[in-house]
Design a protein around this ligand. Structure first.
Ligand code: NAD
Ligand code: WQD
Length: 341
């Protein structure tokens, strides 16, 4: 199959592209490099030993998309192109709604025009909101999101659900990711945030490599076993395999299906810090700071459905996630900007 990855040069997209190429699929990447760079695509091809077709383009741009879909006929779309910084979305909601929702609408319009029916969407555990009990289950009602970013995901799920209800040929798989971390074991691709990292794992990795002095842990007075927040961290390579299986599932089915992609196991901030120290042999200085607005004390996935229906299970543990993150960070201390290795 030929799979079009919108946002395929980014963190999750690059790992998914490698996985799909290695499974024998053809890959088209469409990315405007708003949060990535062409070097990532070169490295995807290096790992896979195969070319991907890559277009630098804005996924909002219908005409360009149409040209790309006609030049390289597509069997399935994976939509990863989105802005994802929670705090930035609070400060600049219009940009987030415009980018995230327009990319989805343009893809759906061009798919309709070119007769493409299979759509896999990068959604997020954030759509469960604050109201639901843990672990989160796909059958739960969505909750209220704590940021415009979260609302874009919730709204896009609704748009895709409505589109599938109106078009019996459309197949939509909504993948709700938990907290993706880790990197490809080659150390060639990984997460490369611009500026100060918002997320825990890239922050820890930058402290380890000497780019930041210390980590600030946002609160140690939560009602959790060690007082720090707990999350369901999942290795990005496990996530990539989830996409491959979702593409195959979308091809065989119609309508909408939701899957949680998580390990089902919570891990606290302090546990992650200590696991990273053990995997890297580097100590991570930290201070305890105030709680961060909008953080939930803890959540994790019930991932039984993905196992039962897709045959998918997260096989990599926290130690492997830390080891692979460190391997990426120490080989690329400045990320892709450090040049070729
Ligand atoms: P990322 O920023 O590394 O990748 C997103 C890619 O989309 C980037 O390469 C960016 O340049 C591209 N992009 C953004 N807007 C675009 C546009 N208009 N046209 C073309 N390209 C565009 O982020 P990621 O971590 O790989 O996340 C991928 C998707 O998964 C996002 O939609 C994100 O919201 C979602 N998601 C991520 C996480 C996470 O923690 N990383 C968790 C849940 C969901
Ligand atoms: C994890 C834990 C922080 C940084 C976010 C988005 C979510 C999804 C994944 C896209 C929390 C603590 C963090 C730091 C810290 N993205 N922390 N010091 O907030 O669970 O999820 O990314 O869909 O929508 O909200 O992930 O990595 O930011 O935080 O103590 O410097 O680490 O308080 O408990 P989060 P995170």
């Amino acid at each position: 199959m030929r799979i079009l990855l919108a946002g395929g040069a980014g963190y999750i997209g690059s790992h998914t592209a490698v996985c799909l190429l290695q499974a024998g699929h053809d890959v088209t990447i469409v990315d405007n490099y708003a949060n990535s760079c062409p070097e990532a695509v070169r490295r995807i091809e290096q790992i896979a030993g195969r070319k991907a077709d890559c277009f630098q383009a804005d996924v909002k741009d219908r005409d360009t998309l149409l040209r790309i879909f006609r030049e390289k006929p597509v069997d399935c779309v994976i939509h990863l192109a989105g802005l994802k910084a929670v705090g930035e979305s609070v400060r600049n909601p219009i940009e987030y709604y415009r980018n995230n929702i327009d990319t989805t609408l343009s893809l759906l319009e061009v798919m309709r025009e070119t007769g493409v029916h299979d759509f896999v969407f990068s959604s997020s555990a954030t759509v469960y909101g604050e109201e639901n009990p843990i672990p989160y289950l796909e059958t739960m009602k969505k909750g209220s999101c704590s940021s415009p970013y979260g609302w874009t995901k919730s709204m896009m799920e609704q748009i895709l659900t409505d589109a599938a209800a109106a078009d019996p040929e459309l197949s939509v798989v909504l993948l709700r990711y938990f907290n993706p971390i880790g990197a490809h074991p080659s150390g060639l691709i990984g997460e490369d945030p611009q500026g100060i990292p918002n997320n825990l794992m890239p922050y820890i990795a930058q402290v380890a490599v000497g780019r930041r002095e210390h980590l600030t842990i946002f609160g140690d007075d939560y009602d959790t076993p060690d007082g720090t927040c707990r999350r369901d961290y999942i290795h990005v390579c496990d996530l990539a395999e989830g996409h491959r299986l979702a593409v195959e599932y979308a091809h065989e089915h119609r309508g909408v299906e939701i899957f949680n992609l998580g390990t089902g196991k919570p891990c606290s901030v302090l546990e992650l810090v200590h696991a990273f120290e053990e995997a890297s042999g580097v100590s991570i200085p930290y201070v305890i700071g105030p709680r961060r607005d909008g953080d939930l004390p803890q959540f994790w996935a019930n991932a039984d459905k993905a196992r039962a229906v897709l045959g998918w299970q997260a096989g990599r543990g926290i130690g492997e996630m830390c080891r692979d993150t460190w391997n990426w960070q120490k080989n690329n201390p400045e990320g892709y900007r450090g040049g070729r290795i």
